[in-house]
Each structure stands twice: as structure tokens, then as C-alpha cells.
Write a protein that binds this ligand. Structure first.
Ligand code: SF4
Length: 412
């Protein structure tokens, strides 16, 4: 399925901030973990749902869905037959935060998995992640012999972490998405109601259960509380994974990472399915749902990919769109035909084709693929491409005249 190298690769480097919770004190073993965080409480289903609703915790896997809603969607009558899955698959090349979390705080993720499983009366617990990330979990599980968690290796593909793909992979099938009309929370693994939660979400859940909803809300804005793990990549002095308060200003985030925001052309927020925030807007933009809304972006899985002023935004976006087009499962029309055509058209624009119809054609293709797949891969790809035309409007005009603002060494 994959034919080219991902445009971005991130070396997991930990950075800690004063507001860090998940990565504040990585515990080497279970005893240290319990000393740091205290014993794990036991909560019933309604209790956990109420706590999560009061805390305002939203999923950290990308979609940002309220965590309590997902739990509440698992039928209470399914007690004893449900399945809970900790999802640490990071097919997103610009993200390493789940791998860092599993390496630094595997017991926190396991705590969250146990809490959710206990509250739902789960019959099975699973953890699904890349091979490297599973190593630390395996070691952590040796310290908890009474805990039975099935570990499954996630293939290194962009769509392997989509929740219906996760269920198929756990069932021994290919890690590709399934029909999205079926709610996994009602009919998932083996036909059982299945809760798939991102590993960072579960780690936050484990802390909120210990310290309460009010404590969780002491950091971040009211409508998007808590901390979040961020993977900084691209043209930034100190790339890597760090934990910041939701609502952190993007310019401040870059300065803390040793990068002058005035040297940035744009930042891709939320990942390859995210949207671009232009450099001049960084000081007025926070890493929160509300602040990013005007750019069509969300914090997503915490990806912040930086494009320096010397780079061409159209070229960078075309490379990402091409890679995304190659990542589909090629099950649905939009992925077989639409995404490669959209990427090729954007590539022509990036290469300064004088064809005046290209921007209109890209917009048409983005609208055409949206909502037409079995999963959100076409929608996310179209979102990033549409955002490219908005964020780099000036570059679009220049390219149509055969010019590019990027320095000659970086031009294509
Ligand atoms: S929309 Fe694309 S990625 Fe999603 S299931 Fe269909 S072919 Fe696969």
C-alpha cells in the first residue's frame, strides 16, 4: 500500500513543561508509579461517565470526541460482554506522542484501560500499538501478573489506527477501515460492544479518576481543559514530544522550542488531516478547539508541524497529499480515483503550472471526495488540501505566474 517515504519523520524527544502531568515523572516500575500517582480507585460505569462529563476530557486520538459520550454509548446491558481497547497506533508520521507516552508511563495507560474495563464490566482488554511501543507495555505487564491484556502489533500505516480498522486488525484481519455506518460501541470485536480509546485519553482518565474533575480543569480553557501531548516537527530548533496546557499560544510554543515564530511560513496543526495556520496568525492563535476553528483546524492528535519561511507551502502540501493518496486501503472510489487525482493536481500547481483552472479543480476534487468513503480518510485529506489553498493564497497567485517566494534551494 505504501509506496513512498512519509514527508515527515519525528524523533521522539521528551520535553517537559511546568504543567506536565502525564510526563511529569516517568516511572521506571510499578512501585514508583504507585508512589507518584497513588492507588487506583474503582469506579462504576455511571460514576466514571459522570466524572468524565464533569472533567470535560475530550479524546486525544484525533477526533476530539467527548470521552464520556463514547463510554455512555456502550449499552449498560452489555456488562460482561464488552471489549475495551487502548489504541496506541500512530500511523501519522508527524506524531510520536503515543509511543513516548507508552515508553514513559505505560502503567498510567494500563490504569486507564483497567478503569474503563472495570466500569464497563469488560470481558476482554486489548492494547494495540506499534512494535516499538509495545515493548514497554510488555515489561509493565510482567509487574501486573493478575492483569490480562492482549497485545496486538499495529502495522505502520496511516489508517491502521482508525477504530474500525483497529477492530478488524484485532480480529486477525487487515488493519483497514470498515463500513462506518456500524457503531463500534454497539457492534465491534466479535460482534461485542467495543470501546476503542486512544492511549493518551486513557492516561488522562487514570489521573482524573484519582484527582477529580475539578483538578483536571485547573489547566486549560473551560471548553477544552487539561494538558495535551504535542509532537513538534519540521523547521523547529527542538523537535519532539512535550506536554503543554490546552490553549497554549502557538507562537509561545514555538519560542519555547527555540524557534522564532517570525521565521515560520505556516504551521500544520492536527496532523496530515489537519489544517495550516499562517505564520502571521501564530501569536493570535491557541492550541484549542475554539481558537483553531477559524482555520478549519483542531488540535487533533497534537501534531504541530512547522514550515520555515524558506519553504514552499504548496510543495510541502503536495508531498503530504501524494503520500496520503498512497495510504488508502483502495476500497472506495474517492481513494482509488479522487485522492491521487487531487494530489497530482496540487503537485502541478506546486510545480508552477500556468494553468489558471488548477485551484478551481483542486477545490472541486476536495468537495467531490468528502463524505464519500467508508472512513474519514478522504475527508481529512481534502481538509488539508482545501486549507492549503486558503493559507497559501498568495503563493497560488505567484505559482500561476511561474514564481515562488521560497528560497531557490528549496524550490521544486
Ligand atoms: S475511504 Fe479510503 S481509506 Fe477509508 S476505507 Fe475507503 S478506501 Fe479505505
Amino acid at each position: 500500500m505504501t509506496t513512498s517515504t512519509a514527508p515527515v519523520g519525528v524523533t521522539p524527544v521528551r520535553g517537559r513543561s511546568p504543567t506536565a502531568r502525564l510526563l511529569a515523572a516517568p516511572a521506571a516500575d510499578l512501585a514508583a508509579h504507585v508512589t507518584t500517582h497513588g492507588p487506583l480507585p474503582v469506579l462504576g460505569g455511571p460514576q466514571l461517565v459522570a466524572l468524565l462529563e464533569a472533567s470535560g476530557l475530550a479524546g486525544r486520538g484525533g477526533a476530539g470526541f467527548p470521552t464520556w459520550r463514547k463510554l455512555a454509548d456502550v449499552p449498560a446491558t452489555a456488562t460482561g460482554s464488552t471489549v475495551v481497547v487502548a489504541n496506541g497506533a500512530e500511523g501519522e508520521p508527524a506524531s510520536s506522542k503515543d509511543a513516548v507516552l507508552l515508553a514513559d508511563a505505560p502503567h498510567l495507560v494500563l490504569d486507564g484501560l483497567v478503569l474503563a474495563g472495570t466500569a464497563l464490566g469488560a470481558r476482554e482488554l486489548h492494547l494495540y500499538a506499534g512494535a516499538h511501543a509495545l515493548h514497554a507495555v510488555r515489561t509493565a505487564l510482567t509487574e501486573r501478573p493478575g492483569l490480562r491484556v492482549t497485545l496486538t502489533e499495529a502495522p505502520d500505516t496511516f489508517i491502521s489506527g482508525e477504530e474500525s480498522a483497529v477492530v478488524r486488525a484485532l480480529a486477525g484481519g487487515p488493519a483497514v477501515p470498515h463500513d462506518r455506518t456500524t457503531r463500534i460501541t454497539r457492534r465491534g470485536l466479535g460482534g461485542a460492544p467495543t470501546l476503542v480509546q486512544n492511549v493518551e485519553t486513557l492516561a488522562h482518565l487514570a489521573l482524573a479518576a484519582r484527582h477529580g474533575a475539578a483538578w483536571f480543569r485547573t489547566v486549560g480553557p473551560t471548553d477544552d481543559p487539561g494538558t495535551r501531548l504535542v509532537t513538534l516537527s519540521g523547521d523547529v530548533a527542538h523537535p519532539g514530544v512535550l506536554e503543554v496546557a490546552s490553549g497554549t499560544n502557538l507562537a509561545a510554543l514555538l519560542r519555547d522550542a527555540g524557534t522564532d515564530p517570525t521565521t515560520v511560513r505556516a504551521v500544520l496543526v492536527g496532523g496530515y488531516h489537519g489544517a495550516w495556520v499562517p505564520g502571521p496568525e501564530l501569536s493570535r492563535t491557541e492550541l484549542s478547539v475554539a481558537s483553531l476553528h477559524r482555520f478549519g483546524a483542531t488540535p487533533g492528535a497534537g501534531v504541530v508541524h512547522v514550515l520555515g519561511v524558506h519553504r514552499c507551502g504548496l510543495t510541502a502540501a503536495a508531498e503530504i497529499a501524494t503520500w496520503l493518496g498512497e495510504q488508502s486501503a483502495r476500497q472506495c472510489g474517492p481513494c482509488v480515483n479522487g485522492l491521487p487525482t487531487m494530489a497530482a493536481t496540487l503537485t502541478r500547481l506546486a510545480r508552477r503550472s500556468p494553468d489558471p483552472e488548477l485551484p478551481r479543480e483542486i477545490t472541486r476534487l476536495a468537495a467531490l471526495v468528502t463524505g464519500r468513503g467508508s472512513c474519514r480518510h478522504p475527508d481529512g485529506t481534502a481538509r488539508m488540501v482545501a486549507s492549503t489553498l486558503r493559507a497559501f493564497g498568495h503563493d497560488v497567485s505567484l505559482h500561476r505566474q511561474g514564481r515562488c517566494e521560497a528560497t531557490p534551494g528549496q524550490r521544486r
